[in-house]
Design a protein around this ligand. Sequence first.
Ligand code: RBZ
Ligand code: NIO
Length: 354
Amino acid sequence: MPSLPPFPALPPVPQPDPDLAARVQHRLNRKTKPQGALGAIEALALRLALIQGHEAPRLHAPQLLVCAADHGLSRQGTSAYPREVTAQMVANMLQGGAAVSVLARQHGLALTVADCGVDAPPHPEATPMRVRAAGGTDDASLVPAMTEAEAQACLARGMAWLEGRPGNALLLGEMGIGNTASASLLMHALTGTPLVDCVGRGTGLDDAGLAHKRAVLARAVAANPGATAPGASPWAVAAAFGGFEILTLAGAALAAAAQRRVIVVDGFITTAAVALAEALCPGVRHACVAAHASAEAAHRAWLGHLGLAPLLQLDLRLGEGSGAALAWPLLPAACALLNEMASFDSAGVSERAA
Ligand SMILES: Cc1cc2ncn([C@H]3O[C@H](COP(=O)(O)O)[C@@H](O)[C@H]3O)c2cc1C
Ligand SMILES: O=C(O)c1cccnc1
C-alpha cells in the first residue's frame, strides 16, 4: 500500500453563542405572526443564524457532495442489491439520471460525485478520492474494514475537498451498496444502542434477509472487539466499521463546521458521517440541519442522540443526498422569513390581547 500523508490537525469547531440566540429568538417573536406559528421553520432560522454567527443568515452556492464506495460486508449478503450497483449508480448520477441528479438540477445544487473506493475501474467524470487504488473496504465481519491510517486519509481528503469551495452550505450524499450495514455498526459503537436496534432493512431486505444481516453484523462486532470496548477511540471505530465514503463525508462535515458552513444531513448513512465527525470534534452537530427522518428503522433515534430534529418525514429510504436536496428549499426560505418579515412595530399590527 502506498504511504498515506500525515493527518492534519482537527480544526476547532465554533459553539453556538447564547447571546446571539436570545437576540434572534426575540426578533422571531416580534415578527407579524402568532408567536411560534412558523413552527420548525423558526427553529431552523435560529439554527442557521447560530451556525453563521450572524443575526441575518444568508445562503449561497450550496454544494452537494455524494461520496461513493464499496463495502467488504456487502459480500456477506447484507444488501438486497448486488455490489456492482455502486459503480452503475455512480455512472447514472454522472449521466444525470439518478434521483439526486434530478433534484440537484432542479434546486441549483452544485453536485460532486466522488469515488472514495468504488470496486470498479474509475469513472472518468467522478472526482477521484480513493485511499486504496482498487477495491472497497475489507470485510468487517472478519477483520477491520480498513487501517486507522486509511481512516485518517479519508477524513483528510474530505476536509481538503471543501477547502476553497464556494458557498456556505454543504449537503451530504452517498452511494455504496452495503453501507447501511456499516452505518448500523457505527451507530452501535458510537451510541451504545443494542446492535439489533441499529439494524434496518436498507434497500428492502425481507424478514429472513434482516435476520441474516443482524447475524453478520453481530460477527463484525465480535471480530472487532477494540471498537466497542469502553472508551474506544473514534479512529478505532472508524477503521473497524468504516466505509470509505462515510469517513470522507465525515471529513467534509468537520471542515464545514469549522468554516461555519451549514451541513445538511440526508439519511441514515450521512448521519453516521456527522456522528463520527462529532465524536472527533464535539460541536459539529450544531452545524447540522437534519433534512428528514429516513424509513431506515434506527435513523430517528440516532438523530435524537445527536440532538437533531428532522425537518421532513416522507418515508424516504434512498440516500444519495436525495432527502437533503428535497429539504434544501426550506433553508433559504427560513433565512428570508427571518430577514424580510415585518415586525409588529414596523408594520403597525396589533399584538395579542392581554
Ligand atoms: C438502484 C439503487 C440506487 C440507490 N441509491 C442509493 N441507494 C442506497 O442504497 C444503499 C444502501 O442500502 P443497503 O445497505 O441495503 O445496500 C446505498 O447505496 C444507498 O445510497 C441505492 C440503492 C440501489 C439499489
Ligand atoms: O436513510 C438512508 O440514507 C438510506 C436508507 C436505506 C437505503 N439507503 C439509504
